[in-house]
Design a protein around this ligand. Structure first.
Ligand code: NCD
Length: 316
C-alpha cells in the first residue's frame, strides 16, 4: 500500500493508510513472529544531524527486528557535512548504499529537500521546529491502544476527545505534527496551554479554523486540566532559543505533579514524546494514566509497520 513512498509530514498518508499502519503495528505487537525476516537483505540508513535517543534507536531496533541491517551516523561531526558537503550530495550518496533513508536535521524543510534528491524513500525523523510525522504515528497509536478498539479505526478512538497540548508549542515539532494530523478527524477539541511567547504557530490555528475544529488557548494548566482526555506534555526546546535567559525564564513554566493530577479525569492519558526534562515530576510515572514509556514502545511497533510497508514487504 505504501511501497516506495516518502513520509515528510503528517498529511502525506491518508487516514486510511494510517489505519492500515496501526492495524499492522497491533498485529506485530501481538504476534512476535509477524514479519520477522521480511527485511532480510535490506538496508536502512539513519542519518541524524541532531541528537536523538528514541527516534534513532527505535528505527534501528525496528529494522533489526525485521531482519534488515542499519548504517548511518548519529552526529554530523562524523560525516562529510563537517567538510562542507551539501545535504543534497550527502543524501544522493547515502541513497546508493541504502533502501530507505531516515533523516533528522535542524533545518525546516530539510527532509523535503532530501526526498527530492534521493532515489530511495525518505522518512522525516524531525526537521527543525517543523514536523516529526513518525512521532505522530507513535502518539496516535498510543491513543488508539488506550482508547480504541482492536481492528477499529483511529477516527472512533479520537471521537469526542479533548486533547491538550502543554509546554513549548512554538518550537515543538511533535506538537505541530500531531495537531495537524488530528485536524483530519471529526468531533474533537484542542486546548493549547503555553506561555504567551511559546504559543502554537498561526499556521496550525489557521488550519484548525479552516477545518472547523474547536480550540482554545490558555496560559493555565491548572484551569485546563479537569476538561482534558489527553494531555500532551512537551519540554521547552532549548536548542531552538535565541538566548539562554529566555530559556531559563520559561523552562519550568509547567510542571505536572501528583497534586495536579488530582483534578484530572480518571481516564486521562498523559503523553510525552520524551525526553522529559522537568515538566513531569518522576512521582507521576507510577500513575496508570502516565502513558509515555508505553508510547516509546509503540514507537518501535509503528516504525516496524512503516518500514515494512514502505519497502513493500508488509505481506511477507
Ligand atoms: C522529540 C523531538 O525530537 O522532537 N523527541 C522525540 O523524537 N521523541 C521531542 C523533543 O525533543 O522534545
Amino acid at each position: 500500500m505504501l511501497e516506495g513512498r516518502s513520509l515528510i509530514e503528517p498529511g502525506d498518508f491518508s487516514t486510511g493508510e494510517m489505519d492500515y499502519l496501526f492495524g499492522l503495528a497491533e498485529r506485530i505487537e501481538e504476534e512476535k513472529s509477524c514479519l520477522r525476516e521480511s527485511c532480510r537483505g535490506r538496508v536502512l540508513a539513519a542519518i541524524f544531524f541532531e541528537p536523538s535517543t528514541r527516534t534513532r534507536l527505535s528505527f534501528e531496533a525496528a529494522m533489526l527486528r525485521l531482519g534488515g541491517s542499519c548504517l548511518g551516523f548519529a552526529e554530523p561531526g562524523s560525516s562529510s557535512a563537517a567538510k562542507g558537503e551539501s545535504l543534497a550530495d550527502t543524501v544522493r550518496t547515502v541513497a546508493c548504499y541504502a533502501d530507505l533513508i531516515v533523516m533528522r536535521n535542524p533545518k525546516e524543510g530539510a527532509a523535503l529537500l532530501a526526498s527530492r534528491y534521493a532515489d530511495v524513500p525518505v522518512i522525516n525523523a524531525g526537521d527543525g521546529g517543523h514536523h516529526h510525522p513518525t512521532q505522530t504515528l507513535t502518539d496516535l497509536l498510543t491513543i488508539k491502544r488506550f482508547r480504541g478498539k482492536r481492528g477499529g479505526g483511529l477516527g472512533d478512538a479520537v471521537r469526542g476527545l479533548t486533547v491538550g497540548f502543554c509546554g513549548d508549542l512554538k518550537f515543538g515539532r511533535t506538537v505541530h505534527s500531531l495537531a495537524k494530523a488530528l485536524t483530519r478527524y471529526e468531533k474533537l477539541n484542542m486546548v493549547f496551554i503555553s506561555p504567551g511567547e511559546l504559543r502554537v504557530p498561526l499556521y496550525i490555528t489557521a488550519l484548525l479554523e479552516k477545518q472547523g475544529i474547536p480550540y482554545r488557548e490558555t496560559g493555565s494548566l491548572e484551569e485546563a486540566m479537569p476538561g482534558l482526555d489527553v494531555l500532551y506534555m512537551t519540554r521547552v526546546q532549548r536548542e531552538r532559543f535565541f538566548n539562554e535567559e529566555d530559556y531559563i525564564r520559561l523552562k519550568d513554566t509547567y510542571v505536572l505533579t501528583r497534586d495536579r493530577m488530582e483534578t484530572a479525569k480518571k481516564e486521562l492519558i498523559i503523553l510525552h514524546p520524551l525526553p522529559r526534562v522537568n515538566e513531569i515530576a518522576v512521582e507521576v510515572d507510577a500513575d496508570p494514566r502516565a502513558a509515555y514509556f508505553k508510547q516509546a514502545k509503540y514507537g518501535m511497533y509503528i516504525r516496524m509497520a512503516l518500514i515494512s510497508s514502505i519497502l513493500g514487504v508488509d505481506h511477507a
